[in-house]
Design a protein around this ligand. Structure first.
Ligand code: SF4
Length: 338
């Protein structure tokens, strides 16, 4: 599909606007529709969580915003407006100039983001290349940021290499590096998945404090609902490459409108009251994303499916006072299950 440089008036408070985004991967077996017609906003100064099982497309979406998609990926429709410019139409040089300075990312595995053969000091100074400051000033800012993310004795530890830190400390260093440049939008792709529960809580509180202080927005990808409830203002629920429900966290967690969101919440270990050795799971599997699909994508696993769900893809319906969900039950209020 041909693309042209585009700017558009964005709503006053939205930093990132994703509209009708579809992305395919070309595979030997055919085209995998990894994202289908995805639309949502990240308002300025807010934290938006993307949740869903593995294979829901949440990481693909984060990487698409960063322009880090694989060679066999193709955006077939839609736009990604960031600060009123469509990222998909920018030259690679214009896109690169946004990286680090306006757009920053924290990866799931900190070792993929840190260069193993360079000291933390040289990497933290390099990342400030947009700043017109002296090297000693950049070094002092780096030490200060390391201290704020909880690295003990940062004056001497800054001279260490990544392998001399634990996994939790490496992730803290990545957060320090991502926030050192004061980005407008920070994308965090499951940054706490590899950490134990105590470290996870510490990192979440740290992210929230630094986000408030810097005033940036965060797009936070996670399969952990408890973390999203703790950290985020809004939540986008993804299933098999589609957004099935979105809205403010308090609305979705208290009154989920989509059967998939309800099933996810029922399987959240943080919400299970009785002692059990077997954690519940959603019966069935995420469908293959090969080829086109008719009707509702969640139908094979949905306990409430009815005739209309087979043929008709659900549009977005209002669900409750403040969220929207793609489920035909919301068009038939008397059929909504208790
Ligand atoms: Fe279930 Fe039908 Fe709603 Fe899809 S549209 S979630 S199949 S009830």
């Amino acid at each position: 599909m041909s693309r042209h440089n585009q700017t558009r008036p964005t709503s006053d408070c939205s930093l990132l606007e994703i509209r009708g985004l579809s992305l395919d991967f070309g595979m030997p077996r055919g085209r995998v529709h990894a994202l289908r017609n995805v639309s949502f906003d990240v308002p300025a100064g807010k934290i938006v969580g993307i949740v869903g099982e593995s294979g829901s497309g949440k990481s693909t979406l984060a990487y698409a915003v960063m322009g880090l998609i694989a060679d066999n990926a193709e955006v077939t429709a839609g736009s990604i407006f960031f600060e009123r410019r469509d990222l998909l139409t920018l030259t690679s040089q214009a896109r690169r100039s946004l990286m680090g300075d306006r757009l920053s990312m924290i990866f799931q595995d900190p070792m993929t983001a840190l260069n193993p053969v360079r000291t933390i000091e040289s990497q933290m100074i390099d990342i400030q290349h947009h700043e017109e400051r002296s090297r000693s000033d950049k070094r002092a800012r780096s030490i200060d940021m390391l201290r704020r993310v909880g690295i003990p004795d940062p004056e001497s530890r800054i001279r260490n290499h990544p392998h001399q830190f634990s996994g939790g400390m490496r992730q803290r260093i990545c957060i320090a590096m991502a926030l050192l440049v004061k980005p407008a939008l920070l994308i965090a792709d499951e940054p706490t998945t590899a950490l134990d529960a105590t470290l996870e809580v510490q990192i979440i509180h740290l992210l929230k404090d630094l986000q408030r202080e810097i005033g940036c927005s965060i797009l936070f990808v996670s399969h952990h609902l408890g973390v999203v409830a703790e950290l985020c203002d809004h939540v986008v629920v993804m299933y098999a490459g589609e957004v099935v429900e979105q809205g403010p966290v308090r609305c979705i967690f208290h009154n989920p409108g989509h059967p998939y969101t309800r099933a996810l919440l029922e399987c959240d270990p943080g919400r299970i009251k009785q002692k059990t050795r077997n954690l519940p799971t959603i019966p069935g599997e995420v469908p293959s994303l090969l080829g086109s699909k008719e009707g509702c994508i969640f139908r094979p696993r949905c306990l409430h499916a009815f005739d209309r769900c087979v043929k008709e893809r659900p549009p977005e319906y209002r669900a409750g006072a403040c969220q929207v969900a793609r489920c035909h039950l919301l068009d038939r209020p008397r059929m909504v299950p208790a």
